[in-house]
Design a binder for this molecule. Structure first.
Ligand code: NAP
Length: 342
């Protein structure tokens, strides 16, 4: 059994991953921006059904500061670097997300190198793989990179591509074999564990609370958070995963309309407000001229990005849940935890 440092224990993926590590018998240290969040993480671990939740060590560390990282690594065999800014709205300036994502990743890697950590697994994103390209019908895989100067690349998308590039460049310049593995999840869904849920969950929340009257013509890829966490655990120890990227997705893209239909069909009354109809792209483009929030979605209208999960399936024996199971699990958890009123 190993000692694992998980950065960003308050996060959606971070908390699920700690729960799986504990279940697998590992010991865990996690970094949080403020120790005041410790009870929130403990509650989430309890909701996840994790054993030995009182055995997790908590340390303060922020991606924007050097303070705390050396101490966080002190006993770690492995590091799962999951913390990164994931804003639900457009930042005033792109550097608000790009700088912490990139500099934080480098801080973590430097500290991991100095502490002799066996392997760091970086949570990157499909945002570092499949954006900024002209429309294409091809299927993206681990050899693809987002073009950060291409069309429709938001600050968040850029932050993930820039941070992952910086990580690979850093390890390439290290002579003594600092191991890096990268997981690139698509939109993460699945059960939330508490009220501070990730920006990706807001889509389902908006559908269920009447905040999305008609489904926009947007397609997304999904992965269940439990499968994303599971892939990180596999990437952490599999010898063949050193130096590799792995896309984490359920399968084929799913439209917002299909998500709404699945949630209505399987969650019942609590999902009665989920949209039944679709909003035409021309109307959304028109509304976007007066709505900054809608403006962010315009580049995604009608774009279908296919990607392959074959590498993770083949090399790491990974077997994810379906799109429908992932989004329905989100909806059910929002109902179960009474989070539809907030
Ligand atoms: P989340 O719930 O918003 O978690 C983000 C985590 O990063 C939180 O623990 C947050 O801490 C931490 N963080 C943000 N800025 C920080 C800073 N300056 N210093 C230290 N910690 C900071 O989102 P998530 O979905 O779990 O995301 C986890 C990882 O998966 C991220 O790297 C994200 O880019 C990636 N990812 C997510 C998705 C998705 O659809 N959710 C898809 C692909 C990749 P606080 O709680 O203190 O804010």
């Amino acid at each position: 059994m190993a000692h694992v440092l998980v950065t960003g224990g308050t996060g959606f993926l971070g908390s699920h991953t700690i729960a799986q590590l504990l279940t697998a018998g590992h010991t865990v240290t996690t970094t949080v921006r403020s120790l005041a969040r410790r009870p929130d993480v403990e509650r989430m671990l309890t909701v996840a059904g994790a054993p030995h939740t009182d055995g997790v060590s908590y340390l303060e560390a922020d991606l924007t500061s050097d303070r705390g990282w050396d101490r966080a690594m002190a006993e770690a065999d492995y590091v799962l670097h999951m913390a990164s800014p994931f804003p639900g709205t457009r930042p005033a300036h792109e550097d608000e997300v790009i700088v912490p994502a990139r500099e934080g990743t480098l801080r973590v890697l430097r500290a991991a190198r100095d502490a002799g950590v066996k392997r760091t697994v970086l949570t990157s994103s499909f945002a570092a793989v499949g954006y900024g390209h002209e429309r294409t019908g091809r299927t993206f895989d681990e050899s693809d990179w987002t073009r950060t100067d291409g069309p429709g690349v938001s600050a968040y998308i850029k932050s993930k591509a820039v941070a992952e590039r910086a990580a690979w460049d850093f390890v390439a310049n290290e002579r003594d074999g600092l191991e890096l593995t990268v997981v690139n999840p698509v939109g993460i869904f699945g059960p939330v564990l508490g009220p501070d849920y990730s920006a990706s969950i807001r889509i389902i929340h908006a559908m269920m609370t009447g905040g999305m009257r008609a489904a926009p013509p947007i397609w997304t890829n999904t992965v269940d958070v439990r499968d994303a966490a599971d892939l990180h655990l596999r990437a952490m120890t599999a010898p063949q995963a050193a130096g590799q990227r792995y896309l984490a997705l359920a399968g084929e893209p799913i439209s917002f309309h299909q998500i709404a239909t699945a949630v209505r069909a399987r969650v019942g009354e609590a999902a009665a407000k989920a949209p039944t109809g679709s909003a035409p792209a021309w109307l959304l483009r028109l509304l976007a001229t007066v709505s900054p929030a809608l403006r962010e979605t315009v580049p995604q209208l009608g774009v279908v990005r296919r990607a392959s999960n074959a590498k993770a399936r083949k090399e790491l024996d990974w077997s994810p849940r379906s799109n429908e199971d992932a989004v329905v699990a989100t909806a059910e958890s929002l109902v179960r935890l009474g989070l539809l009123n907030g």
